[in-house]
Design a protein around this ligand. Structure first.
Ligand SMILES: [Ca+2]
Length: 620
């Protein structure tokens, strides 16, 4: 017993000593994927003391700077100093030092810094495809057999009908294998918007998925889910709620989930979400496939008409069904979203909702669709008229609060109450919201705050981790995602953002599949565990990936010189570090300074109302 006690004692002493010495060193929290050469750059410092040095690979100190004053970040309870290193613009990998100690050595600066993570977060939808095998040439080590390949699906009696329909394709919703119209709504719309805002950028961006005619990869991927959504509409326009088994499957590959599938339920939210998505799809697909676009628009009209006649059909799981619910008791926001999209696509006044300038729930989430109508109005001024100005004001009011929040603490919008289930999608949707505000105002502060959302999600957070699988120095290895659990491959499927920290603890318990309590110090921003048990913090979902993919893709497109057609002048940025100084040197300071502009797919310099090419020649 004595020997055993001593053996135990020695490592405990060693542990205590190492903890004690670690406590004196600061911790630097960075965007682990990296920082764009031309972007504003910031990391967070906790327990810091004095100036910080950034040291290049050759050991030279390239920047010495004084951190800002500390401020408390309530979600983690930490006192945090923000460190601005925007001055550093040379690509490379750097160390961060303070008081002679190396705090970390994985600080990266590069051009096109989010291009790979943009592609991966969009390619993840391919990995979620139902009804088809993932072949090695596309899926690599994550190849798998087709799941849920039989298109004949029984109508559950909760649909009010009997028999079967044909329903295949679509994306598995999350870590499970259900397909849900309501959650497909915001997801598919967010991805359609990404294309609609940056068509020229996404016409050429490719990420190795099977071709769908001549469609750009982003539209090929979205069509796979639109095709499934279209199967979910009944003759009378009504839209079914979901296709799932009666209960969640075990940790098996899709092909091994052989319990019978059912088409389950119907509802007003499904009808209006479907209508809004299909109305937007009409505009996006029209240049490629007019017949398909028309099919989407007709489906949208029928779904909207059904929703108008059935304005309060709420969905709840029927007896004997325990898969995801996506129940929503407030259905007027879905109607406003669908009406706005249909009005923009058809010009028919009967669809047009009037925006309520006092509506406060306008940051989108799957049950909160009002914000998507605000986005649509702000970005279609020609079609909607005065509502565009109302929408712009609504965006600016909230975006200003977001900017204010992002100047403190960890330098991100997220506050205590934002740490709900899927908190990383809250952060993501705040970032998308800021980008819309940037497009319609051109003010850099909104761009910068949106970019800080990426920093947070990719490592500048108190967990010191990137929340996207396969990206960053430390990222989730054990997501609650059945294929990643069952496929026998060590690395999880890449490009997935996990739900993220939140203190609800819904998955904590004593049963074999439940988690031990992981809520460190009960702080919202650190209540997280990288474990398969944790569906409350470590699951993945299509609607969580979408805002992340949107921000990553939009930041890349903007910096490649593209801007949405509706955006104010000057929103596009120079594409490479070589083009950068023209923009950043003069940003927001000198009235008559030369500005880099982008129009008709050409980059030029504008000065005193005249246009010059990049070699300085006057353009007529
Ligand atoms: Ca709602």
């Amino acid at each position: 017993m004595v020997t055993f006690g001593l053996k135990q004692y020695i490592p405990i002493v060693a542990t205590v000593f190492s903890l004690a010495s670690a406590a004196t060193a600061a911790t630097a929290y960075i965007n682990q994927v990296g920082y764009r050469t031309t972007d504003p750059k910031e990391f967070a410092l906790v327990d810091g003391n004095g100036d910080v040095e950034i040291v290049d690979a050759a050991g030279q100190t390239v920047l010495k700077t004084t951190p800002k004053a500390a401020s408390k970040w309530n979600p983690s309870g930490q006192d945090v100093q923000l460190v601005d290193f925007s001055e550093l613009k040379t690509p490379g990998t750097y160390s961060i030092k303070q008081g002679g100690q190396v705090l970390r050595n994985d600080l990266k600066i590069a051009d096109k810094v989010f291009e790979d993570v943009t592609k991966a977060s969009l390619k993840w939808y391919y990995y979620q495809r139902a009804s088809m095998a993932l072949e090695e040439q596309y899926a690599g080590q994550w190849k798998r057999d087709a799941g849920h390949a039989n298109p004949t699906v029984k109508l559950h009696n909760s649909t009010g009908a009997s028999g079967t329909i044909n329903s295949s394709k679509g994306w598995y919703d999350a870590g499970d294998y259900g397909r849900y119209i309501v959650n497909s709504g915001i997801t598919t719309y967010t991805l359609l918007s990404l294309y609609e805002h940056f068509p020229d950028y996404f016409k050429t961006l490719k990420w190795n998925i099977p071709a769908e005619g001549t469609l750009p990869d982003l539209l090929a991927e979205i069509k796979y889910n639109l095709d499934w959504m279209l199967t979910m509409q009944a003759e009378d326009g009504m839209v079914y709620h979901k296709v799932t088994t009666l209960a969640f499957p075990g940790d098996v590959m899709p092909a091994k989930d052989t319990e019978p599938l059912y088409v389950i339920g119907k509802g007003t939210a499904a009808a209006f979400d479907f209508a809004g998505v299909m109305a937007a799809a009409y505009r996006v697909y029209k240049p490629f496939d007019a017949a398909y676009a028309t099919k989407c628009l007709e489906a949208a009209k029928k779904a909207y008409a059904w929703g108008e006649k059935n304005p309060s059909v709420a969905f709840n799981n029927p007896m004997g069904v325990s898969t995801g619910t996506y129940s929503d008791g407030k259905l007027d926001d879905e109607k406003v979203f669908a009406g706005m999209e249909l009005f923009i696509s058809t010009g028919e006044a009967s669809y047009k909702p009037t925006l309520n300038a006092n509506e406060s729930s306008i940051v989108p989430a799957w049950p909160e669709m009002y914000g998507l109508a605000v986005y649509a109005a702000a970005t279609h001024a020609t079609e909607v008229g005065a509502d565009a100005a109302t929408a712009k004001t609504m965006l600016i009011d909230i975006a200003n609060e977001f900017v204010y929040e992002s100047l403190k603490g960890f330098g991100v919008v997220m506050s205590q109450t934002d740490f709900v289930w899927g908190s990383n999608s809250v952060a993501g949707n705040q970032g998308v919201f800021l980008l819309y505000t940037y497009y319609v105002t051109g003010e850099q502060k909104y761009y910068e705050a949106a970019k800080k959302v990426m920093d947070y999600l990719l490592g500048k957070n108190p967990l010191d981790m990137s929340f996207v699988t396969g990206f960053g120095t430390k990222s989730p290895m054990l997501p609650h995602h059945r294929p990643s659990t069952a496929d026998g491959v060590t690395e999880p499927v890449p490009g997935m953002i996990v739900g993220g920290p939140q203190p609800g603890g819904e998955d904590i318990g004593t049963k074999s599949w439940e988690c031990k309590d992981y809520r460190t110090g009960k702080m919202p921003a650190t209540s997280y565990i990288d474990d398969r048990c944790s569906y409350a913090t470590n699951e993945v979902a299509i609607n969580w990936n979408a805002p992340f993919a949107y921000i990553a893709g939009a930041l890349e497109a903007l910096n490649a010189g593209y801007a949405p057609s509706f955006a104010v002048e000057g929103v596009a940025k120079g594409g490479t570090s070589a083009l950068k100084p023209v923009v950043s040197k003069n940003r927001g300071t000198v009235e008559n300074a030369p500005r880099l502009r982008f129009a008709d797919q050409k980059v030029f310099i504008e000065k005193n109302g005249k246009r010059f090419d990049l070699k300085g020649h006057l353009i007529k």
